[in-house]
Design a protein around this ligand. Structure first.
Ligand code: BGC
Length: 833
């Protein structure tokens, strides 16, 4: 593997139909079609036909569009359909999930995976893959973090861009999600993320901005939540002003599944397509609004233009009969898994495993790996490997095995522990495969702590007591606390490494491949050290992003808090020497030069071939605003044979030095002296040198502006401490609101359960879900969590229009003790709302 980026293994795709791929011709054709459509047809086209298709219109030759979930594999359902991973899907390559892939820090690899995903979409006739997801990891507790890349927007974008580009070179499109500020699963359908302008732009939107500008995903999916009070899918600020005007995006905007709150407001904001079908529930609302207000009619036409443009283009991109190589994709999944594994600790170079060592393999995850997440991203893998299989196949008589813990419970099983200890005591090295069971992390709910299951922690301690040479391999989608870390010499972070994770792990453990993964997120020592400890999660009404821009390493470094493992950390079996720097002169005026360029030589000074990722951070102490200690602004991964040396090049543009100014509402580099830091992790900086940024017209901040905080630790502490009072206040307000018992259409099923009807409905739906998730009771927990937080208004969409808005209004009246209005509304005599 070389460090060459954007390596492509291009297979020819049928050329597009020249006539139709001419944008002007397609646009003229769509204008003609719009002129032919009735208002009813237009309203209908603005929502899906079923769970995965848009509507076709045979009369006018308008094709449908077929979507399937991603992000780390194609989840095409061809029989029963759902968007929670309950029903099966056709076999597809299950790549490592995003939190694992991000540790590869390899743009070229991401491009290859994008290409493979595109090929599988092509094979399955999927026009749009719902992924990647690029939300920021505000807290390690978010149940869906396994689907997201990082706590850093730059790294996130740099990995998402090649993935999307790769996928789209094959014809099918990517749908970037979840736009935006969707950082907790609890209350995701009701909560308002209260985030300040600077954090919004600098942290939560900037990965979207960079990715959208550089890769042009065919679609963007708006998130369920509200941002500063407004639903993402109805936000003129987010969709019209930011996405479309500021970032020039003219692709499709689709709602998350069942996210529509007010369809007319959505259309007016530029939310083109409602998914999935809502059984025509919203059509009459759109028709009435369009008749009353010509602006709605214009907005609908714009949306239909974007839906049809994508539908026609996607049709041209299809290649009937196309087949891709499942074996090649499996091999790619293995390569990706191996590059994503992070060697966190390797005392006394215990790894790689010596050739003749007797090994005790312990833990059921070694046989039945935890290799992907749960929820809408669930992939039906084409095959599944286990570490156990490869260890036994390669070192039969030297590998013993013990279960260690039960798979379906957190309870300590003394018999299993005792078997494990016996095996460990008789071996040279014990390898424990532990981690988080599926019930711990999933779409639909968040974790409440960072612990491993108690029986995993217990096993690790007991085994380490009988064998000092104990290796812990962790299979989890997000960080965990490691209370036993001082007693364990080796820790390998495997993450959720996809269908080929078994052989990849074996290759790493035995040294066939030297580990090269680097953490894409910080591992905190304790949950209480995390930046949003007091405000995660909050809801159902609002969650306060009091930590501002200080998430991940930006927080730990500013607050001076030690971490378990820092952002960017990852060991290798070999060693690298950072050599001479050659750089442009140490002053730059970005008015006159586009880039500041530098290069560094890196040499493999050890005995193993290996890969190093050189990370470039900028420390920019521009005095007028509080800035992080450092921010990642570049990275470069390189493969080196022992003794080999290569030059790595970096080009930094103005954005590398900028912060988002709430005075100018723009990115601003700020003048002054900053430092360029080059290192092997955020905590292992090998080279630092100053650079002066010259700006002819610096922006002066008026006093009292939130940016005028002194740039030091005290300021950071004040910022986070002052928060506590406000938080307590807003939580109390939340409770007070609940006490008032004022129900509304967005009250959740959980809140409405005190009403006998909803209790009954809740019970019936639960029974149905129990039946549907028969084969996997853990899916049931997820569905229960989703149901608990479901706003009752969404029952209209979820029931595909069987429940009407009128029914919801009537129930709200009823629950608020306005019985007379309730009956009238139910009977359709009047609608008071
Ligand atoms: C998830 C999306 C997913 C969609 C379709 C939603 O519940 O949030 O990420 O793409 O379902 O399955």
């Amino acid at each position: 593997m070389s460090g060459t980026f954007f390596k492509q293994s291009v297979k020819p795709v049928e050329p597009h139909n020249k006539k139709n791929s001419d944008p002007a011709a397609l646009s003229a054709k769509i204008d003609l079609l719009l002129a032919e459509m009735t208002l009813e047809e237009k309203a209908a086209l603005c929502s899906g036909k079923d769970v995965w298709h848009t509507k076709s219109l045979g009369r006018l030759g308008i094709p449908d569009l077929f979507m399937a979930d991603g992000p780390h594999g194609v989840r095409k359902q061809d029989r029963e359909c759902d968007n929670f991973g309950l029903s099966d899907s056709v076999p597809a390559t299950c790549f490592p999930t995003a939190s694992a892939l991000a540790c590869s820090w390899n743009r070229g690899l991401m491009h290859e995976i994008g290409v493979a995903l595109g090929e599988e979409c092509l094979q399955e006739g999927v026009d749009l893959l719902l992924g990647p997801g690029i939300n920021m990891k505000r807290s390690p507790l978010c149940g869906r973090n396994f689907e997201y890349f990082s706590e850093d927007p730059y790294l996130t974008a740099e990995l998402a861009i090649p993935l999307i580009n790769g996928l789209q070179t094959r014809g099918p499109g990517a749908c970037l999600k979840h736009f935006a500020v969707n950082n907790q699963e609890k209350y995701r359908m009701t909560v308002s993320a209260q985030v300040d302008e600077r954090a919004l732009n600098e942290i939560y939107l900037s990965a979207f901005e960079r990715t959208i500008m550089a890769s042009g995903p065919r679609a963007v999916m708006t998130s369920y939540n509200r941002i500063n009070g407004v639903y993402a899918g109805e936000s003129i600020d987010l969709i019209s002003n930011t996405l479309r005007k500021r970032w020039n995006y003219n692709g499709l905007v689709v709602t998350d599944w069942g996210a529509v709150n007010d369809r007319v407001a959505g259309i007016m904001a530029g939310s083109d397509l409602e998914m999935p079908s809502s059984g025509k529930a919203n059509d009459p609302l759109l028709i009435r609004a369009a008749k009353e207000n010509p602006a709605v009619s214009v907005a609908m036409d714009d949306s239909i233009r974007r839906i049809l443009t994508l539908a026609f283009k996607s049709r041209q991109n299809r290649v009937p009969g196309y087949r891709c190589s499942t074996q090649e994709h499996h091999a790619l999944a293995r390569k990706a898994a191996a590059e994503s594994i992070v060697l966190l600790k390797n005392d006394a170079s215990l790894l790689p495993l010596p050739e003749n060592a007797k090994i005790a393999l312990i833990g059921q995850f070694a046989k039945y790996p935890r290799y992907q997440g749960a929820g809408s991203s669930l992939v039906h893998p084409t095959q599944l490997e286990s570490l156990y299989h490869f260890a036994r196949e390669n070192r039969k008589d030297r590998v013993s095995y013990a279960d260690g813990y039960p798979l379906d419970s957190d309870q300590i099983d003394p018999e299993l522990v005792s078997e494990a200890k016996t095996a460990a005591a008789m071996a040279d090295i014990a390898i424990i495969v532990a981690g988080l069971p599926e019930s711990y992390e999933s779409e639909g709910f968040d974790r409440t702590h960072l612990n491993l299951p108690p029986n995993h922690d217990h096993l690790i301690r007991e085994v380490a007591a009988v064998n000092k040479k104990t290796v812990v391999v962790l299979q989890n989608g997000a960080p965990v606390e490691m209370p036993w870390i001082c007693d364990i010499p080796v820790v390998v972070e495997n993450y959720l490494s996809g269908q080929a994770g078994g052989s990849a792990l074996w290759e790493i453990l035995t040294g066939r491949v030297s580990p090269s993964g680097k953490l894409a997120e910080s591992f905190p020592l304790r949950l209480c050290d995390t930046p949003s400890y007091n405000t995660f999660p909050m809801g159902p009404e609002q969650v306060d992003y009091r930590e501002g821009i200080f998430i991940g390493y930006r927080h730990y470094e500013k607050a001076g808090l030690p971490v378990l493992f820092p952002f960017g950390h990852g060991l290798s079996y070999t060693t690298f020497e950072y050599g001479a720097i050659s750089a442009d002169p140490p002053r730059i005026d970005f008015e006159r030069h586009k880039f500041y360029q530098l290069s560094i030589s890196v040499k493999n000074t050890g005995a193993f071939p290996g890969m190093e990722t050189v990370q470039l951070y900028v420390h920019n102490p521009f005095g007028e605003v509080i800035r992080p200690e450092k921010e990642l602004r570049g990275f470069n991964k390189v493969f080196l044979l022992p003794g080999e040396k290569k030059e790595l090049h970096f080009s930094l543009d103005q954005s590398a030095f900028s912060f988002y100014s709430t005075t100018t509402h723009q990115w601003n580099p700020g003048p002054g002296l900053c430092d360029i830091l080059l290192g092997s992790s955020s905590a292992d900086i090998r080279i630092a040198f100053p650079l002066e940024i010259i700006i002819s017209d610096p922006i002066v901040k008026p006093d009292g502006n939130p940016e005028s905080v002194n740039n030091n630790k005290a300021a950071h502490d004040n910022l986070t401490k002052s928060v506590q009072n406000d938080i307590t206040k807003s939580v109390q307000e939340d409770f007070a609101k609940k006490e008032n018992k004022n129900f509304h259409a967005n009250s959740t099923m959980g809140e409405c359960r005190q009403n006998v009807f909803f209790r009954f409905l809740y019970f019936c739906v639960l029974q149905y879900l129990k039946k549907r998730s028969r084969e996997n009771p853990r899916q049931f927990d997820m569905m229960r969590a989703v149901l608990e937080d479901l706003p009752i208004k969404r029952l209209v969409i979820m029931s595909n229009g069987i429940i009407r808005f009128r029914h919801i209004d009537a129930f709200v009246f009823w629950m608020n003790k306005e019985r007379y209005h309730a009956l009238k509304t139910l009977l359709g005599i009047s609608r008071k709302s």
